[in-house]
Design a protein around this ligand. Sequence first.
Ligand code: ATP
Ligand code: MG
Length: 248
Amino acid sequence: MNERDSLIDLLIHDLTGPLSIASTSINNLLNKEDRYGPLNDRQRKALNMILRNANKAQSFLHEMIEVYRSEEGLFRKEQCSIPHILRDSLSEAMEIIDPGMVEKLSSVDLSDDFFELLEDNGVFVHIEGKYSASSFTHDQKKLQQIIRNLITNALKYRRQRVNISISGDEDLVVMVEDDGSGIPPEKQDYIFKRFLCAKDKPKGDERGLGFGLSCVKTLIDTMKGKITLTSGEGKGTCFTVRIPPLQT
Ligand SMILES: Nc1ncnc2c1ncn2[C@@H]1O[C@H](COP(=O)(O)OP(=O)(O)OP(=O)(O)O)[C@@H](O)[C@H]1O
Ligand SMILES: [Mg+2]
């Protein structure tokens, strides 16, 4: 086992347990005051902040686990509903612009109301082709991780609008486009690299870890898919992903 593998094993085995115990305990303190005692506003606020961060660390770890599994060739063969994966990815991604959105989006069915609510927030979805109605055979968690990361970035960097389209009759094709400031050509080569070093990062661009897209790229490569990027300064950004169905 090389150094990298043992580090990943350490992350998976030694961090998942304690982190989930921490979240469960904080949840108990917040939601079972009859058993654990009453909380004042400042305590509740502090616990909510700890919970949010414990959850963030957990999702980060889960993303790493999926990347590790994909590098090992471990895929779950599932019949995936792409509209449902898109809905869940959108709900998670919208949380960054409006934490109340998750509740609003989960209170409506995957119907016109759902898409209207998104349009009110500048997100336009178009689903066509085979996978609008039939299932796509692949690993659901990994598909969701790819789609959610691309949507989160588009929401983070857009000016006003995000267009998402799903198509394809054999390979699944997902396109996520925004009208943000774009990615200059000299930066396009390294945005897929894991943990962009601070020295490589353009000045003034400190947002995020630079982890999301490197995971997306590894997942897509191990799925024998393709990701392409069209962008220019001031012209917005469009990521297109093509993934073949899982064969084995
Ligand atoms: N849609 C986009 N528009 C403009 N720049 C983008 C877009 N998507 C990614 N980038 C650039 O690529 C970099 C890498 O993206 P990546 O998703 O890996 O990291 P991040 O969003 O900064 O952090 P995180 O690890 O939380 O995802 C970003 O920091 C940003 O500079
Ligand atoms: Mg990101």
